[in-house]
Design a protein around this ligand. Structure first.
Ligand code: ADP
Ligand code: MG
Ligand code: ZN
Length: 502
């Protein structure tokens, strides 16, 4: 492993001002690929979802996926972009085995959306505006697997396998303008931007945007310039960073690395870099000078895309509430502080809590169960909350039973445990496990009074000091309440009423 000199973060920022550019690729959740009718569902069998178009066979003709274009417009609108009245696809020519056409169908100087912005919220609540350069449509490549080497890379491998199932899956690439003025908070801005963008994409329903599954990945461009100067320094481009935390770490590492190189009198090479999860470092990839030439030219096999203004306006009207504003509204409605809201967000519980309140539960109950018992279970079983076999409606029903006094918290937890174990709906679990308690004191008190009246002889024994006889009265109360009373509390009540010490 090469040792890379790093400047301390504070010293780097004392001398230099970071400029960032973020390129995010989002895999759309369309049923079929961008230019053919092949399914996008990930199948086990390699090359089972291919056709002459996505295999790049001679003479095959592509057709644009309408939902792909619609999704791109929705993303553009949500990012406050202009939507092109007329634009084309372009061929980006290069050879790579996982791209059978020898060019990628992309967009070049005519993106479908351009000139927008996204406001992101930083941890201290401040809003930072990130300017968007463009959002354009393109297609994913296939996947190569290099077998026989130590690293999984092509070097040292004895052979490679190619799977074209992913080739042609629609991608939207969203590129920011250079992000200036973030200073020491540049890594935080990068993370907040990707997080906000991911929420937005999910809210639009155009992709699940699961970074861990590669449905959304980010290239982090970063350069430094001396504080107080204007001209941008040379950038490095850390490719395919696939978690929020990694985006932040990659930016931070590059700031420290660039500063060390510059301080020692060296120069930064414009290159791509690989990010390493294990230690948060980056290492050099390929040199990428500005002479890189893909010989872009307009795609002759596809008609231009000219979305009518009516269509664009219709899509604009259908846009959902922006995630940041929705979060702000919910935070106020629920009466929670920023820290708790952040935990709810991190747990992926926002939508589940909303669905639970929609099903009739008070929001504090909904929050309590999702963030308490259920979060614990999810954590223990290594699942996310939305993977648990319990629905918001079922959680709302448990909350309702608690509110009605039919369940106390302890029993409610058991009910949820039963639901998670597949024993059925909350009411079924209550029934099967006999969990419904007589928890209100009035009903218990009456049951105890009746047991005392009906068992006068035993009651007298207890009054006379034979405390052990109380068990018989407890049994009578439990029988009368069909096992639904809290036995310990019943015992307490009996002794209290008979005037003896437990
Ligand atoms: P490429 O295709 O080479 O990656 P793009 O223009 O698509 O180039 O993306 C470059 C990204 O880096 C954009 O987000 C851009 O704003 C940003 N960028 C450009 N120059 C610099 C620089 N000197 N420092 C930091 N970011 C930069
Ligand atoms: Mg790039
Ligand atoms: Zn196909």
């Amino acid at each position: 492993m090469t040792v890379i000199d790093l400047e301390s973060y504070e010293d780097a920022l004392a001398t230099y001002d970071p400029v960032m550019g973020l390129e995010v690729h989002v895999e759309l959740g369309t049923k079929t690929k961008m230019f053919c009718g092949c399914s996008t569902e990930l199948k086990q069998d390699a090359n089972s979802q291919t056709c002459p178009v996505c295999l790049g066979l001679p003479g095959a003709l592509p057709v644009v996926n309408e939902i792909g274009v619609e999704s791109a417009i929705k993303i553009g609108l949500a990012l406050n972009c202009e939507i092109a009245e007329w634009c084309r696809f372009a061929r980006k020519n290069y050879f790579y085995p996982d791209m059978p056409k020898n060019f990628q169908t992309s967009q070049y100087d005519e993106p479908i959306a351009y000139d927008g912005y996204l406001d992101v919220q930083l941890e201290d609540g401040e809003i930072f505006r990130v300017q968007i350069e463009r959002a354009h449509m393109e297609e994913d490549t296939g996947k190569s697997t290099h077998v026989g080497g130590a690293t999984g890379r092509i070097h040292g491998a004895s052979y490679s396998l190619l799977d074209y199932n992913r080739a042609g899956i629609p991608l939207i690439e969203i590129v920011t303008k250079p992000i200036e003025g973030a200073g020491a908070r540049a890594p935080e801005v990068a993370k907040a931007y990707v997080a906000e963008l991911r929420e937005l994409i999910k809210a639009l329903g155009v992709s699940e945007a699961r970074m861990e599954m590669g449905q959304m990945r980010c290239d982090v461009n970063l350069s430094l310039r001396p504080n107080g100067t204007e001209t941008f320094g040379t950038r490095s481009e850390t490719k395919n960073v696939n978690s929020l935390r990694s985006v932040e770490r990659a930016a931070r590492f590059e700031i420290q690395r660039h500063a060390a190189v510059l301080n020692s009198g060296g120069t930064i090479v414009q290159e791509t870099r690989h990010f390493h999860e294990e230690d948060g470092s980056t290492t050099a990839g390929r040199i990428k000078d500005n002479a890189e030439d893909y010989r872009y030219f307009p795609e002759p096999d596809l008609v231009p895309v000219a979305p009518s203004r009516d269509w664009v306006e219709e899509l604009r009207k259908g846009l959902p509430e922006l995630p940041r504003l929705r979060r702000k509204r919910l935070k106020e409605e629920w009466g929670v502080n920023e820290h708790d809201m952040q935990s709810i967000l991190n747990a992926g519980a926002v939508d589940l809590i909303v669905a639970t309140t929609d099903a009739g539960a008070p929001s504090d109950q909904a929050r309590k169960w999702w963030m308490g018992e259920l979060a614990r279970n999810a954590n223990e079983t290594g699942r996310s909350l939305d993977e648990l076999p319990v629905t918001p409606a079922q959680v709302a029903r448990v909350a309702e039973l608690v509110a009605a006094g039919d369940l106390n918290d302890k029993l409610a937890r058991q009910v949820l445990e039963g639901v998670l174990a597949g024993e059925g709906d909350p009411d079924t679990v209550v029934e099967k496990r006999g969990l419904k308690v007589v928890s209100d004191e009035g009903a218990l008190s009456t049951a105890v009074d009746e047991a005392i009246a009906g068992n006068a002889a035993i009651a007298d024994k207890i009054r006379g000091g034979k405390v052990a006889a109380a068990g018989a009265l407890v049994g009578a109360v439990m029988k009368a309440t069909r096992g639904q009373a809290d036995a310990a509390r019943v015992r307490e009540l009996i002794l209290e009423k008979l005037g003896v010490e437990g």
